[in-house]
Design a binder for this molecule. Structure first.
Ligand code: ADP
Length: 250
């Protein structure tokens, strides 16, 4: 008999923003970008450039004025967030203080926490995958900042969505922990085939794991390509200018 193990995700999905226009008052944005299925995209750029807006447009928390949002080839421009094949992890991980690790992860599976055996297995597997096996009974207060973000990632994993969005998810962690989390993200991507889109204030995050870089400026993608090439000494001058004020710590 072949043993049945549950796949953690259904693989990755390509993402496209096709001539997407979006305005916040005076700030007119227009995004054209394509992220390959099962790749890691790093979105960088100055504060206010539109990085979070791109994630919100993909997740469905914002709707374009015009243009299309495609995920896995399907037009989701007007789909509710819950109907999109997407999970999102924020800097503030939204864990419930009164629930233990297992329950916080279980919420990703069933909002009412009525978990069947397959759900409990998925929770168990996700907790092991993020390196928290044995810590299931702990409450968030008894975890480090890095461990809390691991719980948030596990909660995203049990949702089995092909796209994972990270909105400055590791910004509050010190460099060593941040690197550890990036390594975990790289490993999870390999294991599951998910498409990962991460917004970061640290350009060197994109060098830590193989990523395609999208450099945003003033509400549009000003440069994109393999992170190693764009961030190299001979990279585009607009990126050199931006990086001038940043310290690469790899
Ligand atoms: P980033 O993530 O790169 O810092 P954002 O996507 O958060 O940029 O914001 C892009 C632009 O939209 C900024 O000029 C910001 O001031 C503006 N903005 C963001 N959210 C809102 C909002 N809720 N209301 C009005 N303007 C907003």
């Amino acid at each position: 008999m072949v043993e049945q193990t549950e796949k953690t995700t259904t693989g990755g999905a390509a993402i496209r923003l096709d001539a997407v226009r979006f305005d916040y008052g005076d700030m007119a944005m227009r995004f054209d970008l394509a992220i390959e299925a099962s790749s890691i995209a790093a979105i960088i750029g100055p504060s206010g450039a539109g990085k979070s807006t791109v994630l919100n447009l993909i997740a469905g928390f914002e709707t374009p004025l015009s243009g299309r949002v495609l995920i896995g080839g399907a037009d989701v421009t007007h789909a509710e967030p819950s109907r999109r094949p997407v999970s999102m992890v924020f800097q503030d991980n939204n864990l419930f203080a009164h629930l233990d690790v297992a329950a916080n992860v279980g919420l990703g599976r069933r909002p009412g926490l009525r978990l069947d055996a397959a759900d409990r297995q998925a929770v168990h597997d996700a907790i092991a995958k993020v390196g928290l096996a044995g810590k299931e009974p702990r409450k968030p207060a008894a975890l480090s900042g890095g461990e809390r973000q691991r719980v948030a990632i596990a909660r995203a994993l049990v949702r089995n969505r092909p796209v994972l969005l990270l909105d400055e998810a590791f910004a509050s962690l010190g460099p060593a922990l941040r690197h550890e989390m990036l390594d975990l993200v790289g490993q999870l991507q390999k294991d599951t085939g998910m498409t990962i889109v991460m917004v970061t204030h640290h350009p060197d995050d994109a060098l830590r794991i193989p990523s395609t870089l999208f450099f945003l400026e003033n509400g549009h993608v000003a440069a994109s390509g393999p992170a190693g090439e764009l961030l190299a000494a001979k990279g585009p001058s607009l990126l050199r200018k931006y990086l001038g004020s940043q310290e690469l710590s790899l």
